[in-house]
Design a protein around this ligand. Structure first.
Ligand code: GRF
Length: 188
């Protein structure tokens, strides 16, 4: 059994899809939800699903052990970032080499990096009159939105799109692909 932790900061719609996908799996278990924002929607999801959650603190995450000991004690094998807004400290990356992945709501390497999250990404895509956007699933390294790309899928950008309408189309694409890409990755 591969035990995964989902790291999220917000609503957690991707987390929900991943939990749904693996609910009956005998190979993958979502064992922990890690969140940096008390009150975030993803914590309610964890509660409803009976999945333990861990609310993390900045000081300990960035200046202490990055919760590496807690994750290892919980037997976590793999870390999935799904809308997690803090940068991952080097210590955690070293403890989980090649075992931390992220989803980004654009076609990296474009529209990534510090400050490029949520509707900032979609507004930048619209402002640049892009004809298409999409999603990128990638390994996490020491720079924001930088690690090797695992998977991308594209979506048209319509002339009538606002950041919100584009976000909702991109979210659907994320929900459609993220759980399946995780499953494939964990089978290798
Ligand atoms: C997603 O668009 C993801 O790509 C980005 O943050 C968003 C999280 O949405 N990194 P949700 O919390 O899963 O609904």
């Amino acid at each position: 059994m591969t035990r995964i932790a989902i790291f999220a900061s917000g609503a957690g719609s991707n987390a929900q899809k991943i939990i749904d996908h693996f609910r009956d799996s005998d190979q993958v278990r979502v064992s922990l939800v890690v969140c940096n924002k008390p009150g975030a929607g993803v914590l309610r999801i964890a509660d409803n699903e009976g999945i333990p959650s861990l609310v993390i603190e900045k000081e300990k995450f960035f200046r202490d052990n990055a919760y590496t000991d807690e994750l290892q004690e919980a037997g976590i094998d793999f870390i999935i970032l799904a809308g997690f807004l803090w940068k991952i400290p080097v210590d955690l990356i070293r403890a989980y080499p090649g075992k931390i992945i992220n989803i980004h709501p654009a076609l990296l390497p474009a529209y990534g990096g510090k400050g490029m999250y949520g509707n900032h990404v979609h507004q930048a895509v619209i402002d640049h009159h892009e004809k298409e956007s999409g999603i990128t699933i990638h390994y996490v390294d020491e720079q924001y939105d930088h690690g090797d790309i695992i998977f991308q899928a594209k979506s048209p950008v319509l002339a009538s799109d606002t950041a919100d309408t584009l976000a909702s189309r991109i979210h659907q694409l994320e929900h459609q692909h993220y759980p399946a890409v995780i499953e494939q990755l964990l089978q290798i």
